[in-house]
Design a protein around this ligand. Structure first.
Ligand code: PEP
Ligand code: MN
Length: 349
C-alpha cells in the first residue's frame, strides 16, 4: 500500500463516523471532510459488548457507503468480521476493508476472512488485537499475506488494560514499533480515537504517532459527536477534525532513522510509570477506607507495629532486587505520609 502519495503530504487519513447511522449522516460527514481525507470510514457491522446495543445497519449501510463513493469520489471502507460481510462488501465495490480488534484476536475468524478474500486483491487494514500480543497481530497479517493479499496495512488502536485510567486503550507504543521492525513493508496507521476514548487528548496522541513516523491516521468524526450512537465521547466534528490535521507538525527528526529502540524503552518506562501512579491511587483509596473503619471503631491512625512490618518487608525486597535500602525507605515514607494525611482528613470530618 502506498500511503505516502496522499493529497496534502500530511499523514494518510481515514476518517468518518464510528457507525453509519443514516444515509444523510454519512453523506453530510463525507462532504464535510472530503478535502482533508483520503479514505472515508463508517462501521456497518458494530461489535458491541451489550447485546441490546446498536449493532449497525449492515447491508443497508453498505449501500450508503456506495452513495458516498459515487457522490464525493472518496474511497470508502468498513469493518468486516465474517465471510458474509466480506461477500457483501466485495459485491458492493467497497474499496478497502478493515479487520477489527475483536476479530484479530481470533485466528479462526481471521483465517475465514482471509479465505473469503482469496483471489481478490482488495486492500485490508488489520487492527491490533485487544490484548497486547504482538505475535497475534503479526499472525493475522501473515494469514492474509499467505492467501495472496498484497495491500495490507496495520492499524494501532491501543490495548485493553485492566488498570488503565487515562486512555480507553493503552497505546503501548513499543508494540507497533516492534511490528514495524518485524514487517517494514507493512504501513502503520494510528487510530487515536480508540486509543483515547475522549476528545481532549486526541491531538496529542495523533502528533505522537506522527512523531514516531507512522504512515497514517484513522480518526472518528461525527456531525453531532455527543449524540453519536456509538463511541460518542471520542468523536469530533468535521471542523475540529480538519483543524487537528492542519495542526499536525512534521518535526525535524534528523537525517537518520528514528531511534526506535530508545522509543520502545521509553514506552515501556511510560507504561510502568502509569502503573505506579494507578497503584498509588488505588492504595490511597484503600487508606481512606481504613480511615473510615478506624474512625467508626475508635482506633488510632498510626499503628507502630504495622509500620515496622511494612518497612522490614521493603528493606528485604531492596536487598534481593538490587535496589538501595535508602531508595525503598524514602518511597515507603512518602507513601506512608500521604496515607496518614488521607486518613486524617477522614477522621476530622
Ligand atoms: C471501530 O473502528 O469503530 C471499532 C470498533 O474499532 P476497534 O475494532 O478498534 O475497537
Ligand atoms: Mn468506534
Amino acid at each position: 500500500m502506498n500511503l505516502k502519495n496522499n493529497i496534502n503530504k500530511k499523514p494518510y487519513v481515514i476518517a468518518g463516523p464510528c457507525s453509519a447511522e443514516s444515509e444523510s449522516q454519512v453523506l453530510k460527514i463525507a462532504n464535510d471532510i472530503k478535502l482533508v481525507t483520503d479514505v472515508f470510514r463508517a462501521g456497518a457491522w458494530k461489535p458491541r459488548t451489550n447485546p441490546n446495543a446498536f449493532e449497525g445497519y449492515g447491508e443497508i449501510a453498505v449501500k450508503w457507503l456506495q452513495k458516498v463513493q459515487s457522490t464525493t469520489g472518496l474511497k470508502v471502507s468498513t469493518e468486516v468480521a465474517t465471510p458474509k460481510h466480506v461477500e457483501i462488501c466485495l459485491k458492493a465495490g467497497i474499496d478497502m476493508l478493515w479487520i477489527g480488534a475483536r476479530t484479530t484476536v481470533n485466528p479462526f475468524y481471521v483465517q475465514e476472512i482471509a479465505e473469503a478474500l482469496k483471489g481478490i486483491d482488495v486492500p485490508v487494514f488489520v487492527k491490533n488485537p485487544i490484548n497486547p500480543e504482538l505475535n497475534l497481530w503479526i499472525g493475522a497479517i501473515e494469514r492474509l499475506k499467505d492467501i495472496g493479499i498484497h495491500d495490507i496495512a496495520a492499524i494501532h488502536r491501543g490495548f485493553s488494560y485492566l488498570e488503565e485510567k487515562y486512555y480507553r486503550n493503552r497505546p503501548q507504543w513499543q508494540i507497533p514499533i516492534a511490528l514495524r521492525q518485524e514487517m517494514p513493508d507493512v504501513p502503520m496507521i494510528c487510530d487515536p480515537s480508540h486509543i483515547c476514548g475522549r476528545r481532549d487528548i486526541l491531538e496529542a496522541v495523533s502528533q505522537k504517532a506522527y512523531d514516531l513516523d507512522f504512515d497514517g491516521l484513522m480518526i472518528e468524526s461525527h456531525i453531532t459527536p455527543d449524540g453519536a450512537w456509538t463511541d460518542s465521547s471520542q468523536q469530533i466534528t468535521p471542523e475540529v477534525y480538519a483543524l487537528l490535521i492542519d495542526n499536525l507538525v512534521r518535526r525535524d527528526v534528523g537525517t537518520g532513522p528514528l531511534p526506535s529502540e530508545l522509543e520502545m524503552l521509553r514506552s515501556e518506562v511510560t507504561n510502568i510509570d502509569e502503573d505506579i501512579l494507578n497503584l498509588l491511587s488505588d492504595r490511597m483509596e484503600i487508606a481512606r477506607k481504613i480511615g473510615k473503619f478506624k474512625k467508626a471503631n475508635n482506633i488510632s491512625i498510626f499503628q507502630k507495629v504495622r509500620w515496622a512490618e511494612i518497612m522490614e518487608k521493603g528493606k528485604k525486597f531492596a536487598e534481593k532486587n538490587d535496589l538501595s535500602e535508602e531508595f525503598v525507605v524514602k518511597h515507603f515514607e512518602g507513601i506512608h505520609d500521604e496515607s496518614i494525611n488521607q486518613q486524617e482528613k477522614i477522621m476530622k470530618r
